[in-house]
Design a protein around this ligand. Structure first.
Ligand code: CA
Length: 523
């Protein structure tokens, strides 16, 4: 049988994908099997830090991550369902919202590893499955032939890692360690079976400790400040002003690198001190206060956070090179994403949790040879809840009826997918520690958000990203928005029914402390 041209094959594969049929994107030798999956995941990596997302501040060049965008598809609105680490990871594994997979918060939840997950289903279908790096779901990983994970949050320098055999300290910088161990696994796998490798970084999670090779990467040049660095929180719910995640109030000495991170020692510690000690001495001598202190902290935060992203970018480059060196780039789907976005000084904040755009939106890049048009973008609302159905469809496995997401294949093929969702349901629980972000739920559309802060506060916000891109005021009580508000209220109720979030919220969903009484009955 003649081999079709790449163009004809590409079209054929895209049509098959749109029909939910898997394909091998490789040449004829591999045409009998599904592609491999390399899932590169970062923690708290936000679009503003990536040059392929073309942020107005142009904070950092990320050439290797940009390569993925250039060779694949960039999703501009990949939204999370509950903007915090563990819950996002549980949602990715299960394809379900927090109230269905049972992992609501980082405070007191433990992932029930006996429930169905997409790695388990791939493993049962004969795939090699591995996870290396940050897991953060308390219970041991299930569904993986190989796992080597950080305990809890992990540390940046010389991190202990857990395997089924026990705990062992890995020497080096955590992003490099995870990359090395991922590559080691890729080299010893069975080449005759498809694989799923989840390479999951700790970086750039707090406390944003850079590799020593990246200290001073910015030459002490100032980083552009966000427009809302000094947000006064007027015109919105009291919930926003009650936050405890500001550069002005919550930034610790460890965050500021006024003390060294755990685990660092020897030559690394000497290099660390050579960089920070004179700068810290100048800071202590100047003793800035008020707005000047916030500005100093913002600059220190950006130096450190972006340095961590530089190491993640280098990791992506090394992993892509490894696929090239093994000759498997054309038969491996590469996905890069994060468990949420992050505030880089917007509203004066670091951290995440809120339904606001910076923390709601995660980066998502997919390079699927033969399916994703190179250099393409997609503006549809997709979500972490779509990952499991996408990977199951890739493997031509049946999609369980209780999955709450949808396979991305039609969008990845460049199809307009006219029936794609135009709104998404969001719900955040953890309160009050550690950042005093009120539990809230809401509906998100291309333009608007309707947000309800639960419990005794019982306040609403209506945001309009077109009229107010930085989300600094609520239009909820504006008579001009009355029709919009009613439509969003109806959509929120429709979505709550659709995702079956109608029952009372378990008391422990909010964390260890009692939640203000009005929330006790649920919505
Ligand atoms: Ca996170």
């Amino acid at each position: 049988m003649p081999i079709p041209s790449p163009q004809v094959r590409g079209r054929l594969l895209r049509v098959l994908a749109a029909l939910g049929v898997w394909m091998a994107a490789a040449g004829p030798a591999r045409a009998d099997r599904a592609p491999n999956i390399l899932f590169i995941f970062a923690d708290d990596l936000t679009c503003q830090a990536l040059s392929c997302y073309d942020d107005e501040r142009r904070l950092l060049d990320t050439p290797n991550i940009d390569r993925l965008a250039r060779e694949g598809m960039r999703f501009d609105r990949c939204l999370v369902t509950n903007s915090i680490c563990g819950p996002s990871r549980a949602t990715i594994l299960t394809g379900k919202y927090s109230h269905k997979n049972g992992f609501y918060n980082n405070a007191n939840c433990r992932f029930d590893g006996s429930q169905p997950t997409f790695p388990k289903m791939l493993q049962a279908a004969g795939w090699q499955t591995a996870i290396v790096g940050k897991w953060h779901l308390v219970s041991d990983p299930t569904g993986f032939d190989h796992w080597q994970v950080l305990p809890g949050q992990g540390i940046y320098y010389n991190p202990p890692m857990l395997t089924p055999a026990g705990k062992e300290v890995q020497r080096g910088y955590v992003t490099d360690v995870i990359t090395d161990l991922s590559i080691r696994w890729l080299r010893q796998r069975d080449p005759d079976r498809p694989f799923l490798l989840m390479a999951q970084h700790k970086a750039p999670h707090r406390e944003w400790a850079p590799a020593v090779r990246h200290l001073g990467w910015d030459g002490d040049r100032p980083h552009a400040e966000p427009a809302t660095l000094f947000d006064d929180f007027a015109g919105r719910s009291r919930a926003v002003a009650e936050h405890d995640m500001g550069l002005d109030r919550t930034f610790t000495r460890l965050d500021a690198k006024l003390r060294a991170p755990p685990g660092i020692e020897g030559d690394d510690l000497a290099a660390w001190n050579a960089y920070y000690a004179p700068r810290n001495a100048a800071f202590e001598a100047a003793a800035p206060a008020g707005a000047e202190l916030v500005r100093w902290r913002y600059q220190r935060y950006m130096h450190d956070y972006l340095a961590c992203v530089k190491a993640v970018d280098e990791s992506v480059g090394r992993l892509l090179d490894e696929l090239d060196d093994q000759g498997i780039a054309d038969e491996t789907v590469v996905v890069l994403s994060s468990d949420q976005g992050f505030f880089l000084g917007e509203h004066g904040w670091f951290d995440k949790r809120w339904i606001f755009e910076e923390s709601l939106r995660a980066p998502l890049l997919v390079r699927w040879p033969g399916l994703t048009p190179p250099g393409s973008t997609c503006g549809k609302i997709v979500s972490l809840v779509d990952f499991a159905p996408t990977f199951l469809a890739l493997a031509r496995l049946p999609l369980p009826a209780d999955l709450q997401g949808r396979a991305l294949q039609p969008l990845l093929a460049g199809d307009t997918a006219a029936d794609w969702r135009t709104s998404l349901y969001y719900r955040y629980y953890e309160f009050p520690a550690p950042h005093h972000v009120r539990p809230h739920r809401g509906v998100v559309t291309d333009r608007h958000k309707l947000v309800h802060y639960e419990g005794d506060l019982d306040e609403w916000e209506l945001l309009d990203r077109e009229a107010d891109p930085h989300e600094t005021r609520s239009f909820h009580d504006d008579p001009a928005y009355a029709d919009t508000r009613r439509a969003l209220e109806a959509e929120l109720e429709r979505l709550a029914r659709e995702v079956d979030d109608l029952g009372p919220v378990p008391r422990e969903a909010y964390g260890d402390a009692p939640f203000p009484a009005a929330a006790a009955g649920g919505r």
